[in-house]
Design a protein around this ligand. Sequence first.
Ligand SMILES: N=C(N)NCCCC[C@H](N)C(=O)O
Ligand SMILES: O=C(O)CCC(=O)C(=O)O
Ligand SMILES: [Fe+2]
Length: 380
Amino acid sequence: MPGPKPDEIEAGRAFTSLPVINISPLVDKAQSALAKAQVGAELVKACRNVGFFYVTGHGVEEETYRGILQLARTWFQLPEEVKKQIDIGPHTHFRGYQALGANVTRYDGGFQRDWHEAIDLYKEADPDTPAPAGKQKSPIHGPNQWPSQLPAFESGLRRYLDTMLQLGSTILRGIAIGLELPEDFFEGNRAGVDMAYWVARVIHYPPLPKQAVDLSSQPTSNGNAAAGEAVSSRPPEDGGACRDESGLTEIARSVQLSCGEHSDYGLLTIVNQEDGISALQAKNSKGQWVSADPIPGAFVCNIGDMLKVWSNGLFQPTVHRVINSDPAKSRVSIPFFYEPAYEAVVEPLPQLCSADRPPRYAAIRYGDHLEGKVLNNFEL
Ligand SMILES: N=C(N)NCCCC[C@H](N)C(=O)O
Ligand SMILES: O=C(O)CCC(=O)C(=O)O
Ligand SMILES: [Fe+2]
């Protein structure tokens, strides 16, 4: 397949809105191969030009995606000491609860604390799995810490994650078709449902402290919102979460974003977000932030670093961030990250390389990429 010229990508990626794609031909087995191919082409166009898209026609019941957000919201209302029963750390294989301010996003050698609390879960892997020759045992392998303080949430979450795993695999099948690869390209050892080292985050974003909202609405020279230096001396108004003894007031004073700008690590992220709150934003090639506001009934999807490598740069993982600037509402979201197998070695596909487009990226084991990120994501 011939690749796009660089200026074609640049122009395409100055998107100002995100495409909506009805994927029902991929979900409903009775539909024609032609209909599937059309959806595949739409997905690939969205991955090339935007890196973000909404999916409708996914077949997931409203009760499922709304219900799980509601249960998550109930869990986050539990007292801090109850939530901390599943606190995250190196000894829990980086799985479990992270309190407000514990997650950080790195940039240029520094880091910034994110204004959210979350539960992180991964595909469960036996911590005693022997490491491949020449590798350390992975510090990430282990069991999850499930939110069993609310049994309905735990069981609902287990079912929800299975549903997302199936949906992720279905969308990747469409992407494979659109790339003119075999339909089952991502299945089996690359990223099959039994192999994919999926990640899920259940996230609660309280309103950002006032000084951070002021900062994020300041335009910078290229027209996008600042994530700059200035911090006002105004005391934080952080939705009542201040607890001096834990240093949270101090954190609230310096915080800038609900989640700092980053790209996702793997293949495909599927975000389930509450209706009625605008917070997630995607950055286009001009540095402008385009809102990925909730569309009732749709999931927001975006692609990650490993699709960049496999596609030899045809797809770029779009940078995004979260700003909950509504002083009156907190936001709950559950991004599900469909990822390659831990041991998958990801490298530019010969089918997407040519004399004009030689391989642009070195081969990388997905687990190494993930460890490099996860081990640096917390200042506990
Ligand atoms: N698995 C994924 N993609 N997680 C994204 C987390 C983004 C925030 C994190 N602090 C970071 O800087 O990456
Ligand atoms: O909360 C969201 O909408 C997305 C969060 C996100 O980008 C992430 O956790 O990687
Ligand atoms: Fe993300």
